[in-house]
Design a protein around this ligand. Structure first.
Ligand SMILES: [Zn+2]
Length: 186
């Protein structure tokens, strides 16, 4: 991790890990890819290594990110998908030229050469979860300062928070503190 930048939130779903590079959207938002190099770092951590990124490519990535967030949020509350968001997701998917490669060890690797290729992979991942192709359910984080769209793959489909270690923990602590105050006053 590079010093001085917020850490990444790592999840198992590529598209929502990507939207989680901006957190606390309804509170004091934290931008986790503030520079082109940080996007390069994020892509490397997520198996989408590219050599370089320009400011324009970072802006495009953020545009895709917010479009996925908007479309996934609409899908989670069963609202109509915003047309402009759908357009950006589709454009990114079409522009990408990444190829899936099967390694001798039986793993999938992405062969790509630029940020646009990586965005294409992310856009395709978003399409598969928004289209309901994968086992899971889109939901919104219960934290009022977050409200991130996340992909619930729990068996009961009752997950409440985008991330147990951050939003989940904070809510639990807030409830604990409220109870403590009640007890000390009582
Ligand atoms: Zn959250």
């Amino acid at each position: 991790m590079r010093a001085g930048f917020p850490d990444f939130r790592l999840g198992s779903v590529l598209a929502t890990s990507f939207t989680a590079t901006l957190t606390e959207r309804q509170g004091n938002a934290v931008e986790r890819i503030p520079t082109p190099q940080r996007l390069v770092d994020w892509l490397a951590v997520n198996g989408l290594a590219v050599e370089s990124c320009t400011t324009a490519q970072l802006e495009r990535a953020r545009e895709l990110r917010e479009s996925i967030h908007a479309a996934a949020t609409a899908a989670a509350i069963r609202d109509a998908l915003p047309a402009s968001a759908v357009q950006v997701i589709n454009d990114c998917s079409i522009q990408g030229r990444a190829a899936a490669i099967l390694t001798p060890e039986g793993n999938r690797q992405w062969r790509l050469s630029c940020v646009e290729d990586a965005l294409g992979v992310i856009a395709a991942d978003a399409i598969s979860i928004i289209a309901g192709e994968r086992d899971g359910k889109l939901a919104l984080c219960a934290s009022p300062t977050c409200r991130a769209a996340f992909f619930d793959t729990s068996q009961s489909r009752t997950r409440k928070w985008c991330d147990m270690n951050t939003c989940g923990n904070r809510q639990k602590k807030a409830r604990f503190n409220a109870n403590q105050r009640k007890h000390t006053r009582g």
